[in-house]
Design a protein around this ligand. Structure first.
Ligand SMILES: N[C@@H](CCC(=O)N[C@@H](CS)C(=O)NCC(=O)O)C(=O)O
Length: 205
């Protein structure tokens, strides 16, 4: 969704290839030629192939600089921009662990210790964003950039697990990002349908 949201913000022509979330498709020989692990996203641009959403973000912002969504070489905010683009994966890693525990792993195989640890680490990772956006609308003082897309998507994912009411800065920031047309365009159909979560685990201690 990060790459898709960015492409919509850039307003450049692209073709989106969707696959069912199913190993028959993601591990098919054809797709393994595109991404060796069979994961998404993957970008193919005039025969050039690139995976890892952070790298795709950097590539697209440099390839299409007209919307100033990147902070290019010599920009004073370049490294701060890179920090937030990649920090988004720190947030997403904890959320992804919770997706596994709640959606894919059967109750008898789940670990309440992992759930507790990952929930706490997710809350802490989001608290840093809360501080950053308390007094400014976006991560960078200069305004909206692709770093907000990267982190915004991670918050979108994390919002299934974290209590954003305890993080008013993050909550307000997420609400601002959700208003963007490109964010809405990148949402998958039926995204707000309740997921078939496995029941809440009982966490002791
Ligand atoms: N760090 C990578 C993560 C790639 C990744 O793990 N993507 C997930 C998205 S849900 C995926 O393809 N999962 C399917 C699988 O592992 O089979 C990125 O940001 O692109």
């Amino acid at each position: 969704m990060r790459s898709l949201w960015l492409l919509h913000e850039l307003d450049v022509p692209f073709e989106l290839v969707e696959m069912p979330f199913d190993l028959c498709y993601t591990r098919s020989p054809n797709y393994l030629e595109v991404h060796p692990l069979g994961r998404v996203p993957c970008l193919v641009d005039e025969g050039f192939r690139l995976f890892e959403s952070g790298a795709i973000t950097q590539y697209l912002c440099e390839r299409f600089p007209h919307k100033c969504l990147g902070r290019l070489r010599l920009d004073v905010e370049r490294f701060e921009w890179l920090q937030w683009v990649h920090y988004s994966e720190t947030i997403a890693t904890h959320a992804a662990a919770l997706v596994q525990q709640r959606l894919f792993i059967q109750p008898e195989e789940r670990s309440s210790a992992v759930i507790k640890l990952e929930s706490a680490r997710l809350a802490k990772a989001l608290a840093l964003i809360d501080t950053q956006v308390r007094n400014q609308d976006h991560l960078l003082a200069s305004g909206f950039s692709a770093a907000d897309i990267s982190v915004g998507y991670s918050i979108h994912l994390a919002s299934r697990f974290a209590d954003l009411d305890k993080l008013p800065g993050v909550r307000a920031y997420y609400e601002r990002l959700k208003l963007r047309t490109a964010f809405k365009q990148s949402l998958p159909a039926g995204w707000d349908r309740p997921l078939a979560w496995l029941p809440e685990p009982v966490i002791t201690a």
